[in-house]
Design a protein around this ligand. Structure first.
Ligand code: SAM
Length: 300
């Protein structure tokens, strides 16, 4: 059914952007005592081994979290790491008490790590193997009723938790976009979710690749948020050119994911300023060629 496995991509540049933003949003939302519900519509397996077969084969973490963790040489940007990035690395380090980064936490474990007793976490994962691994990983936490793992379609089922009884929730929508219809389903899902719960916080990850649906998605999310009268924030990170490269033998190579974005509806008011400092550092430190860049836009 699915071929996408997040284990190949864990800790890559897209995870650095996504998880840095996730942690910054959670830190802000958790300042209030009232219980928070986090709904993770596409949860993945939860925990990944960066020295395991999947991550080792792709080597993507080496260009992402591992590059960020490496000690800076004198020629590198000497400025201290932005707070949001330092916080992200501190969370990854919490999962690796012996040093290094053999273990990479996915969104369910990052979120659980930050949540308090009164908060709830709802995890959707449809891939049979990843859903089983996720359930087994979560079972180790002995989190009881705080966490629900559902092997259901996140797009179709996640709105049932909205609004939660405390009327405070963050929805993370992080599909693999391996099928073209995912782009439209994100829009339908966010539209339906906003109708049920207009004051919720929404964080949507999206790939930036040369295909029309990918190009349109952030523009259509912006229209959705604006029509609903809700503030939005859009952060993107590019690490390399999206051009197909032809080598000396004439063989063509696709560059792999060159860029991605996080689109937020009802973002914390503090987030834009935090990302304005963190994004230039992400682009500088994760650059793979001279096309590395970032953008940060906001609106009401
Ligand atoms: N959010 C995770 C993280 O940050 O660690 C990574 C998630 S990965 C990008 C997307 C996941 O969605 C994959 O594990 C895939 O199996 C799962 N998936 C695909 N379609 C789904 C659907 N309709 N509902 C729930 N999960 C789905």
């Amino acid at each position: 059914m699915f071929s996408y496995r997040h284990a190949f991509h864990a800790g890559n540049h897209a995870d650095v952007l996504k998880h840095t933003v996730l942690i910054a949003v959670l830190d802000h939302l958790l300042e209030k005592e009232t219980a928070l519900t986090v709904v993770d519509t596409h949860a993945g397996a939860g925990l990944y081994r960066l020295d395991g077969d999947y991550a080792g084969t792709s080597g993507e973490a080496a260009e992402g979290v591992l590059r960020l963790m490496a000690p800076q040489t004198q020629s590198d940007d000497a400025a201290p790491l932005a707070d949001a990035l330092a916080r992200y690395l501190a969370v990854v380090r919490d999962f690796n008490p012996k040093g290094g980064a053999r273990i990479y936490p996915g969104s369910p474990f990052i979120t659980h790590h930050l949540l308090r007793e009164q908060d709830k976490l709802k995890l959707f994962e449809l891939h049979p193997t990843d859903a089983r691994t996720l359930a087994a990983n979560i079972a180790q936490l002995e989190a009881g009723r705080q966490i629900a793992v559902l092997r259901e379609d996140g797009f179709g089922s996640a709105t049932k938790f909205l609004p939660p009884p405390s009327r405070r929730a963050l929805v993370l929508c992080d599909p693999s976009y391996e099928i073209k219809s995912d782009y439209g389903r994100v829009l339908d899902f966010i539209g339906a979710a906003l109708k049920r719960f207009a004051t919720g916080s929404y964080a949507i990850w999206h790939p930036i690749i040369p295909r029309p649906e990918a190009h349109d998605l952030p523009r259509r999310l912006r229209t959705l948020a604006t029509k609903a009268g809700k503030p939005w924030l859009h952060a993107t990170l590019t690490v390399k050119s999206s051009k197909i490269v032809t080598d000396a033998t004439g063989a063509q190579h696709r560059p792999g994911l060159p860029a991605s974005g996080m689109f937020l509806i009802n973002p914390p008011y503090t987030l834009k300023a935090q990302l304005a400092i963190a994004l230039p550092q992400m682009a500088a430190r994760l650059a793979q060629d001279r096309h590395a860049a970032f953008s940060l836009d906001a609106g009401v």
